[in-house]
Design a protein around this ligand. Structure first.
Ligand SMILES: Nc1ncnc2c1ncn2[C@@H]1O[C@H](COP(=O)(O)OP(=O)(O)OP(=O)(O)O)[C@@H](O)[C@H]1O
Length: 521
């Protein structure tokens, strides 16, 4: 057997939190110039392993090698010195600074003790040209798109001399076009000799971008495969350890009376600009309505307005015959509405509280969760254990702090809390963002099951596949209005794409008809 020198080799890495092994003798070998995907269920231990590699966590045991030599990565400074850089999912940029200022922040070039602005501009220009990543160096971060902000994060890592770049779910917040651009950038980077490790739950992206993939299951490395030799289905099965179905089986819907009715709604965004402009929408009992749209077209404001998190300027929101316009969030919750918010850290969980407390967040002031103002922790704990079991929330115990859970498991906990109250109207934003395929399959089934019990379900997602999979009707939102309502069985991703870009249904169909005509010529 030939001994290959890997640019990075993590050998027998174990990381324990108390008695719990988040990483259990994991082996990971990265070749120079490859894109290596890390695949595993929520809570499998991917982020933990990458935190060990980037010096944020110390392994309990195991050794890291670089080019065959043992190295110690005691802190992020060591990682940086060794050329290991992390492109964070939640960008760590300063909004009020320019692109250049952000990139050089903490690493400013100086000349005789003074900031050498000229050199920093030149350095940035050189790097962005070398890797084909154009940016406007003088733009403020607050003024550029999410895709551009990610580009700045990547440039920042390169500026610091990274040769091994770790991407943690980099496409979660990107539009389809931005994803394509990122894939091109990654390919460019490895062509220039960089190595990339990418954590992603999206199997089609692994197929598109990665050379090899290491599968991690419950803290253990299971297998490393050549991506071209396996199908997405095989990857999914390998990761979960059973056969996974991508398509949710469901009976045709049987919609009944209108549960949610939104009429001529006007809502402003955080900057005071009109985000929702005269929007109408109905959701009936026994149906799932999916809202498709490009991020930033009013989805966030619409859901926040319905759930009482944002002021409604004019228009009406009715729940059956009850006017819930501008009621307080708690009054809306009490009206039998469940809400899985888009931003789970801001609105979904109190990260410093335990899982048990988080699961009781909407109900703690009722019996049996409390009596005469005193919390019944025994009941809260046993209820949390029931939900943890039922929704397969991977955690050490119901007493674990919410922040110690992996992102996907935090999401499962919120979904469990909101669904288990059996709300007549369930609103879910980005239900499966960051979830693994097994969990997605499960959540989709639960959404359909909730519908089949005669409830109304409203889903907002940037994933067209998800919208097509779970919805009975798809409402396309563009510039704060619903521009078309389509039947998922009769539409295509192309048609939805055009509607999302602002075409009317008629225009979209004409355009697609014309396109077909052109190809036939
Ligand atoms: N600081 C911590 N204290 C206790 N447990 C932790 C801590 N950090 C992580 N864990 C646990 O380790 C396990 C692995 O978490 P990790 O974040 O590495 O998973 P992941 O594979 O990245 O998941 P996801 O895909 O959901 O992001 C989880 O069960 C988590 O609860």
């Amino acid at each position: 057997m030939s001994e290959e020198n890997y640019v990075i080799e993590m050998r027998d890495i174990t990381k324990q939190f108390g008695d719990f092994k988040a990483n259990d003798n994991i082996n990971l070998q990265i070749r120079k110039g490859e894109i290596h995907a890390l695949l595993g269920e929520n809570g499998a231990g991917k982020s933990t392993l990458m935190n060990v590699l980037s010096g944020l966590l110390q392994p309990t045991s195991g050794q890291i090698y670089m080019d065959g030599q043992p190295v110690t990565i005691a802190n992020p400074t060591d990682a940086k010195r060794l050329g290991i850089g992390m492109v964070h999912q939640h960008f760590m940029l300063v909004d009020a600074f320019t692109v250049t200022e952000n990139i050089i922040l903490g690493d400013e070039p100086t000349k005789s003790g003074v900031l050498d602005k000229k050199k920093s501009v030149e350095d940035l220009k050189r790097i962005s040209e070398q890797y084909g990543m154009e940016v406007n160096p003088d733009a403020l971060i607050s003024d550029i798109s999410v895709g551009m902000q990610q580009r700045v994060e990547i440039l920042k890592t390169l500026y610091r001399g990274a040769n091994i770049l770790i991407f943690d779910e980099p496409t979660a917040v990107l539009t389809p076009q931005e994803i394509d651009e990122l894939i091109m950038t990654m390919k460019e980077l490895v062509k220039e000799g960089k190595s990339i490790i990418i954590i992603t739950h999206k199997l089609d992206e692994i197929k598109k971008v990665a050379d090899r993939c290491t599968v991690i299951r419950r803290g253990k490395s299971i297998e490393t495969v050549n991506v071209k030799d396996v199908s997405s289905q095989q990857l999914a099965d390998l990761m979960v350890g059973r056969s996974v179905s991508f398509k949710t089986e469901k009976e045709p819907s049987n919609p009944k009376e209108v549960i949610l009715s939104v009429k001529d709604l006007y809502v402003k965004d955080n900057r005071g600009l009109e985000a929702i402009k005269g929007l109408d929408l109905d959701v009936r009992a026994g149906e799932v309505v999916g809202i498709a749209g490009i991020d930033g077209n009013g989805q966030t404001e619409l859901i926040q307005a319905i759930t009482g998190l944002k002021k409604i300027e004019s228009g009406k929101v009715m729940l059956r015959d009850k006017d819930i316009t501008n009621l307080k969030p708690r009054q809306i919750t009490e009206s039998n509405v469940g809400h899985v918010p888009e931003d789970r850290h801001k609105y979904g969980l109190v990260l410093d509280m335990t899982l048990s407390e988080n699961i009781a967040l909407q109900t703690y002031y009722h019996e049996p969760f409390s009596k005469n103002g005193v919390l019944n922790y025994n009941y809260m704990d046993s209820y949390a254990r029931k939900l943890i079991e039922e929704y397969d929330v991977r955690t050490t115990s119901e007493h674990a702090q919410a922040k110690s859970l992996s992102g996907g498991n935090q999401q499962k906990a919120i979904i469990a809390r909101e669904m288990d109250r059996d709300p007549e109207l369930l609103i879910v934003s980005q239900p499966t963002r960051g979830l693994d395929v097994g969990a997605i399959e499960y959540i989709h089934k639960r959404l359909i099951n909730h519908r089949d019990k005669g409830n109304a379900v409203l889903v907002v997602s940037f994933e067209l596949e998800e919208i097509l999979n779970v919805s009975d009707r798809i409402a396309v939102i563009h510039a704060g209005q619903i521009v078309g309502i389509v039947d998922p069985k009769e539409t295509t991703e192309n048609e939805l794409g055009l509607l999302m870009a602002g075409y009317t249904l008629e225009e979209a169909r004409r355009q697609l008809g014309t396109e077909a005509g052109v190809t036939n010529e």
